[in-house]
Design a protein around this ligand. Structure first.
Ligand code: C2E
Ligand code: MG
Ligand code: MG
Ligand code: MG
Length: 293
């Protein structure tokens, strides 16, 4: 009977599942050595103040330069980093890199420049994680908590018992602002915007994509912007790709835009050059409102 049970259990593993499991294992090992071997890169994408065209902030977006596969998208490896727990170390590394660049950009371009970092639910809800370490690191760089913004997703806020409230309070105490990423794609309960201390709302790019005068996504975006402002939040539209989208968002009162119209995510040195060019253009009296940087 024991032998049969064993055989039955074995039959659950179809070859396809086995291959998937082996691939996952291989990728997890690759991820671990990527961290040690310095194969991760942080790219930065500008967040542009729509009214003036100025780059006010940057979002840090991780990339994996895989020796065989080239640039691997975070959409592919973040889930694996989460299930293997490696996301914690990866997230710490992204934070450190972001803080380092934030310090430079605050010094060279604008004292209020901010870099935002993404936190997946697992990172955010990590037991025992306070922000003392981050604050100490920022202090060493001569920065306050204001230099970074943490991006979290709506789903987290549904589960009010999970210590999320506590984490958000810790962030507020540390002076670190919070952005609600991908807004409108999840369970979008408006009540938590009142309940939690959120600073920025990022309208998901699925709304931006369908913006057109009189469209339902236009109406929704307008309503979101008005509501966010009434609650004291600033609004960032994701996925701005066209001038028309930019103009519609601006007319609707949206504060910031992020998207390929302005720039794709680029390596830090390239972002630095982009900022430098803008700072120089502004010093020369350029008007950035009509042209994308
Ligand atoms: P997200 O936080 O919503 O980031 C925005 C995504 O939209 C980025 O994809 C960005 O490259 C892309 N994007 C920006 N502008 C446009 C546009 O105009 N059109 C289109 N089609 N796409 C645009 P990316 O870099 O592939 O990142 C995907 C997701 O991976 C991020 O979504 C975020 O959830 C996650 N992620 C990235 N870096 C990190 C990280 O360091 N830690 C964690 N936990 N997650 C990360
Ligand atoms: Mg984000
Ligand atoms: Mg987003
Ligand atoms: Mg999104």
């Amino acid at each position: 009977a024991a032998k049969n049970a064993g055989r039955n259990r074995f039959s659950y593993f179809t070859p396809a599942l086995q291959v998937a499991a082996i691939n996952r294992m291989r990728m997890t090992n690759d991820l671990r050595s990527a961290l040690k071997g310095g194969q991760f890169r942080v790219y930065f994408q500008p967040i542009v103040h729509l009214r003036t065209g100025k780059i006010h902030k940057a979002e840090a977006l991780i990339r994996w330069e895989h020796p065989q596969r080239g640039l691997v998208s975070p959409l592919e490896f973040i889930p694996l980093a989460e299930s293997s727990g490696l996301i914690i170390e990866i997230g710490e590394w992204v934070f450190m890199e972001s803080a380092r660049w934030a310090s430079r950009w605050r010094r060279d371009h604008h004292p209020e420049f901010q870099v935002s970092v993404n936190q997946s639910p697992l990172e955010f809800q990590r037991e025992g994680k306070g922000y003392e370490g981050w604050l100490a690191h920022l202090r060493e760089l001569g920065l306050s908590g204001q230099a970074v913004v943490v991006e979290i997703t709506e789903g987290l806020l549904l589960d009010a018992s999970s210590g999320v409230t506590d984490k958000l309070l810790q962030l507020r105490d540390a002076g670190i602002q919070v952005a609600l990423d991908d807004f409108g794609t999840g369970y979008s309960s408006l009540s938590y915007l009142k309940k939690f201390d959120i600073d920025y709302l990022k309208i998901d790019r699925s709304f931006t994509r369908n913006l057109a005068p009189e469209s339902s996504d236009m109406a929704l975006s307008e309503a979101i912007i008005v509501m966010a402002h009434k609650l004291g939040l600033r609004v960032i539209a994701e996925g701005v790709e066209t001038h028309e989208q930019r103009d519609l968002l601006l007319a609707a009162g949206c504060d910031y835009g992020q998207g390929y119209l302005f720039a794709r995510p680029v390596p830090a040195a390239q972002f630095d050059a982009m900022l430098m060019a803008q700072t120089r253009a502004l010093a020369a009296g350029a008007d950035l409102t009509s042209t994308a940087p």
